[in-house]
Design a binder for this molecule. Structure first.
Ligand SMILES: [Zn+2]
Length: 331
């Protein structure tokens, strides 16, 4: 993992913190909106150490005397909210639904316990150590939003207009997009992943597609995903194509009566977008889609249970195949 020491200027008054997180969980993008002597941060990193690194980099681009006094959380996952506590006294803005669902997210302590106390020879324990074992959650407290809204909420940072647009249920139940109309930029949060297969805990995929179409209707020139490099609208359209293709494959498997894990395994065995990282997330996307197809509706996702499914597939892939070794070797 490479932690950036600088923010990248992406538009006038917008700097983005872009950790190189391809193939990794937990390294999300954050964005700093500055104008005059005001600064607003969109999403906060996963740990105190990451947040301190971001805050130091932010200090280099803010006018002297400027402090981050406002934070927006695009959704309640820890890799976008655990750093909230670092900004003591800040106003934290999100949707009503994000606040409601924050209490059903795995806490820093639960995640730490999963890494430390689970059996390392079982799929979930093995996977948790591999993907979350490098993070230190010690002393992290979850700090909830202090200002919430439903629908749309417009604010100003200095002279910059910032529009917050609720676009869930999609990745989570209450995702929001951040639109900077004067700059032609949308910050997508985890509605959009680039370079890795996405994970969408809430779904259904049609909800994620609708959120992406809502984003495209804002006609941005620049789109910042929750994870991965900054892109333009063409990449968002390609991502919508990916989602539609996946939706079709899952629905076809469901109609055949095949169980979710088997369908996900089939999709992966067929080489579905093999250039993308974290293929095992297809197991999560399929399980969530099946819940909707089965009439499960908008229930609170079982994050750890879904992660266990992905871990099972990754664990199976990592085992030596029966064909290898000395068995069957001609004598
Ligand atoms: Zn994320």
């Amino acid at each position: 993992m490479r932690i950036p020491t600088e923010l990248t200027k992406t538009a006038e008054g917008l700097h983005v913190w872009l950790p190189e997180g391809a193939g990794l969980w937990g390294l999300a993008n954050c964005a700093l909106i500055t104008s005059e002597d005001e600064a607003l941060l969109v999403d906060t990193p996963y740990t105190t150490a990451l947040t301190a690194a971001l805050a130091e980099a932010a200090g280099d681009v803010m006018a002297p005397g400027t402090a981050i006094t406002r934070v927006v959380n695009t959704h309640p996952n820890g890799d976008h909210t655990f750093g909230n506590a670092y900004f003591t006294g800040a106003e934290i803005i999100s949707t009503d639904m994000n606040l409601e669902r924050l209490c059903s997210e795995p806490t820093p302590q639960q995640t730490q316990s999963l890494v430390r106390d689970s059996a390392c020879d079982e799929p979930l324990g093995w996977y948790a150590r591999k993907h979350f074992g490098d993070y230190d959650y010690t002393g992290l407290d979850v700090v909830p939003p202090t200002t919430t809204f439903s629908g749309e909420h417009t604010l100003r940072v200095g002279s910059t207009e910032v529009r917050l647009i609720e676009a869930g249920p999609a990745h989570t139940a209450g995702d929001l997009l951040v639109h900077l109309p004067e700059q032609g930029v949308v910050l997508a949060g985890d509605v959009l992943f680039i370079d890795d297969h996405p994970v969408h805990w809430q779904g259904p995929l049609s909800g994620v597609i609708a959120a992406c179409e809502r984003l495209l209707a804002l006609r941005p020139e620049v789109v910042v995903p929750g994870h991965g490099p900054v892109v333009g609208p063409a990449e968002v359209r390609a991502y919508v194509g990916y989602l539609r293709e996946l939706e079709g494959l899952i629905h076809e498997g469901y109609a055949r009566g095949v169980d979710a894990y088997a369908v996900a395994s089939e999709i992966l065995a067929g080489g579905f977008h093999p250039q993308l990282g974290l293929a095992e997330r297809i197991v999560i996307l399929t399980a969530v889609e099946y819940r909707h197809l089965g009439g499960g509706g908008v229930t609170v996702p079982n994050t750890i249970g879904l992660l266990a499914g992905a871990a099972r597939w990754a664990f199976e892939q990592a085992q030596p195949t029966r064909a290898s070794g000395t068995a069957g070797r001609p004598s």
